[in-house]
Design a protein around this ligand. Structure first.
Ligand code: TA6
Length: 289
């Protein structure tokens, strides 16, 4: 592989695309178009993957950046359908990898509707994910409606950020923002001035899209998370008790990650007219703060 290049590979039996530049390395599974790793040269991975993650076709993989589409959380009408939709458990197609700049590569992946998706979501769609890896990591997720009728969808880039100690981590930038507190039955609240901290289970859907920062003082790192075309930010850490109910997270695993997710959820869902497209972008970069 040249100083800046890419190759196909395998990670625990799943086909992956590995990007490498002088700035960073990045690994993307074709399964779910799920980014599994992003590490600037000389740094710890910015993303967390559970040591108990299941790497198998059709199964949700705990960690990295799962794509929640075309719904978020449990399906509004049918709880028997997979949580967070089906995009994260389908095999995506690698459309190409482009050199963007001296030290940036962009991988493009696609998922088109088919009879299987139509059973779960009765609309033709094309979903595209562009992952740009350089000094920072940027994802652009686009949905196109090639059909004759409008459809609504939710989406979220459900990013598991690696932290040295979730107990000392803090998410800032949501002050004054309304949110639904899923730990308290979806109660509607408004964030105060203090950053969000993790002393137990936190599961909040904020009706704003940042930018926010995730500080991990124990890991000596603060990341800036900036969305575009989004309207929702989710902050989640299961804490010790909820973790014990999750087979694919080790009992202490909750200490190693914080989820900050960017998307369009609930009232922020998107309705696409025939021929319409909607894109959300999110950029993860080191924050000077
Ligand atoms: O984004 C937070 C959340 O909706 C939590 O409620 C929790 O369910 C988490 O997603 C993980 O969902 P998953 O289906 O991947 O276990």
């Amino acid at each position: 592989m040249s100083a800046s290049g890419w190759k196909r590979g395998d990670r625990n039996g799943l086909e992956v695309v590995e990007l490498a530049t002088a700035s960073s390395t990045c690994t993307i599974a074709l399964h779910g178009a799920q980014v599994l790793s992003f590490a600037p040269r000389g740094e710890r991975d910015w993303l967390w993957v559970s040591d108990r993650a299941v790497f198998a076709a059709g199964k949700a993989l705990r960690g990295g950046i799962p794509i929640c589409f075309p719904w978020f959380g449990p399906h509004a009408q049918d709880r028997s359908l997979p949580a967070h939709g089906f995009a994260r458990t389908r095999l995506w197609r690698l459309a190409g990898v482009d050199e963007i700049g001296a030290n940036e590569l962009r991988a493009r992946l696609e998922l088109a509707s088919d009879p299987e998706t139509a059973r779960l979501f009765p609309h033709p769609f094309v979903a595209r994910l562009a992952v740009t890896a350089g000094d920072a990591l940027e994802l652009a997720f686009e949905v196109e409606n090639p059909g004759e009728a409008p459809f609504a969808f939710e989406l979220a880039l459900h990013t598991y950020f690696a932290v040295a100690d979730a107990g000392g981590a803090a998410v800032a930038g949501l002050d004054g923002c309304a949110y639904l507190d899923k730990v308290d039955g979806g109660a509607r609240r408004r964030e105060g001035a203090a950053p969000v901290r993790f002393t137990g289970e936190v599961d909040r859907v904020y009706e704003c899209s940042g930018p926010v920062t995730l500080a991990d003082p124990a890991g000596g790192r603060t990341l800036r998370i900036e969305g575009e075309g989004a309207g929702s930010t989710v902050v989640w850490n299961p804490g010790a008790a909820k973790t014990r109910t999750l087979a694919d997270i080790s009992p202490e695993g909750y200490r190693g990650f914080v989820c900050v997710e960017t998307g369009r959820i609930g009232d922020q869902r998107v309705t696409l007219p025939p021929g319409g497209r909607h894109e959300i972008r999110v950029r993860y970069a080191r924050s000077a703060a």
